[in-house]
Write a protein that binds this ligand. Sequence first.
Ligand code: FMN
Ligand code: SF4
Length: 708
Amino acid sequence: MSPGSHPHLLSPIRVGTLELRNRIVLPAMDQNNCDDGLITDETVAHYEERAQGGAGLLILETSAVAYPHGATSRHQPSLSHDGVIDGLARLADAVHAHGSRMVVQVNHHGRISGVDTAEGRPSLVPSLPVPEVDVSEIMVDTTMDELMGMATLTGGKMPTYEEASAETLDEVVERFADASERVQAAGLDGVEVHAGHGYLLATFLSPAWNRRTDRYGGSTDGRARLLVEVVTAIRNRCGPDFTILVRLDGRDYAMANGITPELAARYAAMAVGAGADAIHVTAYSTTAGGPGFTDGPLPWLECQYEDLARSVKAAVDVPVIAVGRIGPDDGERILVGGGADLIAMGRQLLADPDLPLRLAAGRPDLVRPCINCFVCVAQNFWSARPVCAVNARLGHYDDPPAGPADFRRHIVVVGGGPGGMEAARVAAERGHRVTLLEKSRRLGGTALFSALTTPMNGELVRYLTASLAELDVDIRTGTTATPEMVAGLHPNAVVVATGAVRSRPDVPGAQLPHVLSGDDLRGLLTGEGDLGGRRPRTAVRLVLLCGRLLGLTADMSRVRSLSRRWMPVGRRIVVVGGGLVGVELAEFLAERRRAVTVLEEGDDLATEMAHPRRWRTLHEARRRGVVFRTGAMITAITASHVEFRLGNETHTVAADTVVLAGGIQPDASLGELIRETTGLDVDVIGDAATTGYIQGAIRSGNQVANAL
Ligand SMILES: Cc1cc2nc3c(=O)[nH]c(=O)nc-3n(C[C@H](O)[C@H](O)[C@H](O)COP(=O)(O)O)c2cc1C
Ligand code: SF4
């Protein structure tokens, strides 16, 4: 692989006796494609795509060494009998054919063994009683459907626990060694012992969970004993050439008396002493509630665990793998600075399996970015296959890839938001001639505007724009499509992706000048969009004009940073509508020192967000003082207040500015008009067809273009 734009990431490395072509690692991520523990075609397709995309090392998702005992799901790989070897061998062949290496994450899921709970077995823990884990905050912010989904994993049963005896632990150690021997027999390159994320080995390492007084507890050495015995047993069974990684939490974010960076460094050194060839530094938050899950194991912040990897690296003399929202540029920086030896990119390689190849080609601009939306991992809470908001293929391996089109057609796409751009991209990639018409001066639609509150959405728009340029799509911005104009382009097919419409609530005062729709706000901040004949105050207009003339409002990241100093809104803001848009806007405004109240008619907030992201966003918004009122029916807006009903009671809240963030409706009218008046073949996709936000828009754009 050529050094491309990221020479350190793309340089080879040796881990144990394993030669890797580069330092990019796919960390273990459950895909739930297995059938009662057996590898399926979908499992093979998922990993083969990532091998083909150029990653140096792939780590197979968490696999149960004593399956179904100590397993989280019947859809995860089993390693507990020889019948699994053929499937693993198929995986090994597929991955090796593309030059990647692969190890299997070997695990006993301990207290999180959903299959044990479902089947009436107690889960293994080091000590009883188990510490209390507070889930009150997530219960509030989780919908009934999601709670039901989570409950199906265990058949609605609550876990019971068993303190592991020394004899049981001897058996567990044997299961790890047996499982690793099967991995070796299948021709795979090694194992990663999972000693993090609250599973069995992690609970033994944690002083909060392990209060034993026998040889498996009582001291740092005692708590590390089970891990050391597991690594030693695998090394003895599989020999010196078999690669053994150990995955450790560098920190438990939630538990007083949990894993600290200092403890993690000591455990890492002990694992190396027992025979580990590399240490992979992750993190965890035992209290999954509120922000917990988005601290660990899935970080919210970029490079959140960088320092944890650095501190382990100082304690060991084997390669260290860093993980945790590390993109290519940060990965390169960390390697150059000696903070780690390899970089694992989890969600980023779900979003774009071809990342290594794109870096090798010197085209990091064509890497499809992960937008940190947590849609993928949300599926794991009910043991379903992860899907991805930006990569329509993830989780749909049973749809064969469409490949090049049989003959070249001319496709006109109307609407340059994510759905339209994805349709244009895929159609052009398949060989069609594509014309893209967009009413506004810039591509991106509402996703561009949402970059104000959610910057990664802007990255997605940037990537799609770069891809369209690469594919020579004829992009016509500032062009309002009409049936006549579309017909005049003589297309073979038309895709309409003009998005949703937003209506104002039918209450007195909804038309007052201080009542802004999302579109108004966008118009005010960016100088684009339709202000619906509403005129901002003169001073506001002047500032906006200057901003536009200086080009400041053309770039959302600059608008975002300028908005910290000035925004054309008052101090007290009421946001009407507590969906995704309203909640993100509320947090954004509160961060800019506005007093924000969100009024939501329904019982739940931000239901369109994947629940882990919702937990985090609502937590952050509340922390910044946002007040949420659910079940609130707006009855009137005055110059100084919003009046609303909660049950039979009438309430008011003071407001200098009111932002309308609800009333979103699909709008297929342009598509229907084009179809009726021109007789052309028209597909309506994205929010114009059904509101599905970025995830729905990308998937529908991709599907339609694959069928053209
Ligand atoms: C869908 C999904 C499934 C995951 N499953 C596992 C797993 O099986 N084992 C594990 O150790 N970590 C698992 N993780 C955590 C990742 O390995 C990784 O540590 C985490 O996503 C942070 O890296 P990232 O920010 O690059 O995604 C999973 C993450 C995702 C998104
Ligand atoms: S679903 Fe969202 S978080 Fe997950 S990989 Fe895709 S873009 Fe990233």
